[in-house]
Design a protein. Structure first.
Length: 424
């Protein structure tokens, strides 16, 4: 009995703590505009911050390439002289040497490393382009899902009142229990759909909060003015100009082009590395030469008979040819991507523009009248439920079309590498 009582107490405590936790999560509402959420993204996104380090690393390689080779010093002293049985008092040699790079190796190494910085920068901007597309698409998705959730909230609240009223009517015998069950069934269906919708919103919000480093317990509420039209619509856009913009602005294309330039510089560098460097030295020998205190200067260099860096030169040329082929392939992919997204956005815009601007408001007024007439028993329960379902489906579909239009424009922004549409 004591164990059972303890179990009940623990269960109550756990349920209470869970309820308090759920209540706290989402209590902090973060109302944020598209401009502000992008600012937070640029300042706080950890993926971007990590990618910036690759640029710093590439710049460090330039510093390394600019450095000259260090001089080398060689000193030796005889340990023991058997002729006079003395230590450290006989032969001594000293030599200093400096490697001198020929064929412009240093400058070519600097140019090669500098091209690597450009590649790293373009890779960073390509990551930025990708993450920004996800962020902006999620922003609009959350906004329209929340608009749809308001439809559910209104319908659930209205049906809950009707269910409560029907229960009292059933107790008095004024209506049949079957009518109550039909309304309850509709209510439970709406509640289940609303719960699925909220789960979807929560998952998308989780992704956005990770991207802008927002408080995990906050609830994001996008601030978006639909009445502000875009500066440019698809119908006003020129298809060829969008393709040209993509080829000129896409950072992934620029990264490939920078890679080609770097590979060309690498070919030149590898050819230069085939030229042997010389080493200039000066030396001193106390007793080892043909005279005492012998001094000398000289040069040394390897003879390029066997190793002329053939393999690295060939590999560099292969990489150059491969990168040119990749550029040609990616250019065609970009053209096809822009074309597909342009057609999708154009179709979405035409479809959405065909809707009457007052359709949503007229539907809202209609459902209000339907509810009033149903309470007055001027229409049957089947007519009432049909009107409610039609209202819900039409508004949800309209919100989906609006999101599809915004998302299609974001796809076009992504494929062109420039924010042309959805500017607010």
């Amino acid at each position: 009995m004591k164990r059972f009582s303890l179990f009940i107490c623990l269960s109550i405590c756990v349920n209470y703590i869970s309820a308090q936790t759920i209540t706290e999560i989402g209590k902090d509402t973060l109302r944020i505009s598209l401009k502000d959420i992008e600012t937070d993204f640029l300042n706080n996104n950890l993926d971007l911050i990590a990618q910036r380090y690759s640029i710093d690393s590439a710049r460090a390689s330039v510093i390394t390439a600019k450095l000259y080779d260090n001089p080398e010093i060689d000193f030796s002293n005889a340990l023991y002289n058997p002729s006079d049985h003395s230590f450290f008092n006989s032969e001594r040699t000293f030599q200093i040497s400096q490697l001198i790079q020929l064929a412009g190796k240093r400058n070519k190494s600097i140019n090669f490393a500098s091209a690597g910085v450009e590649v790293a920068q373009n890779q960073f901007y390509d990551l930025l382009r990708t993450l920004r597309f996800v962020l902006r698409s999620d922003f609009f998705n959350i906004y329209y899902l929340q608009q749809s959730s308001k439809v559910y909230q209104v319908e659930i609240s209205s049906l809950q009142k009707i269910v409560d009223a029907f229960k009292r009517e059933v107790e008095k015998g004024y209506i049949a229990p079957a009518d109550l069950l039909r309304v309850q069934s509709q209510l439970y269906t709406l509640q289940a759909e609303y719960d699925n919708l909220q789960t979807n919103i929560t998952q998308i919000q989780s992704e956005v909060k990770s991207m802008i480093m927002a408080n995990p317990a906050s609830y994001i509420e996008p601030v978006f003015n639909e009445s502000i039209s875009d500066k440019q619509t698809i119908l006003e856009s020129n298809y060829q100009s969008l393709v040209d913009t993509a080829l000129a602005n896409r950072p992934d294309i620029k990264a490939i082009q920078s890679g080609i330039a770097q590979n060309m510089l690498n070919v030149s560098l590898q050819k230069a590395l085939a030229v042997p460097d010389i080493s200039v030295f000066a030396g001193y020998d106390r007793l080892g030469g043909y005279i005492r205190n012998y001094s000398s200067i000289g040069i040394s260099m390897p003879i390029p008979i066997f190793n002329r860096n053939q393999g690295n030169i060939k590999n560099a040329r292969i990489q150059e040819d491969a990168s040119k082929t990749i550029l040609e392939s990616e250019t065609e992919k970009v053209k096809n991507e822009v074309t597909a997204n342009y057609i999708t956005a154009l179709r979405s815009e035409k479809l959405l523009s065909g809707f009457d601007p007052g359709f949503e408001e007229n539907m809202r007024k209609l459902i209000e009248q339907v509810t009033i007439n149903f309470k007055k028993k001027n229409i049957s329960i089947l007519e009432f439920l049909d009107h409610y379902d039609a209202y819900k489906q039409n508004i949800l579909q309209l919100n989906q079309l609006r999101f599809n239009n915004k998302n299609a424009l974001e796809q076009l922004n992504f494929s062109t590498g420039k924010i042309i549409f959805n500017q607010q």
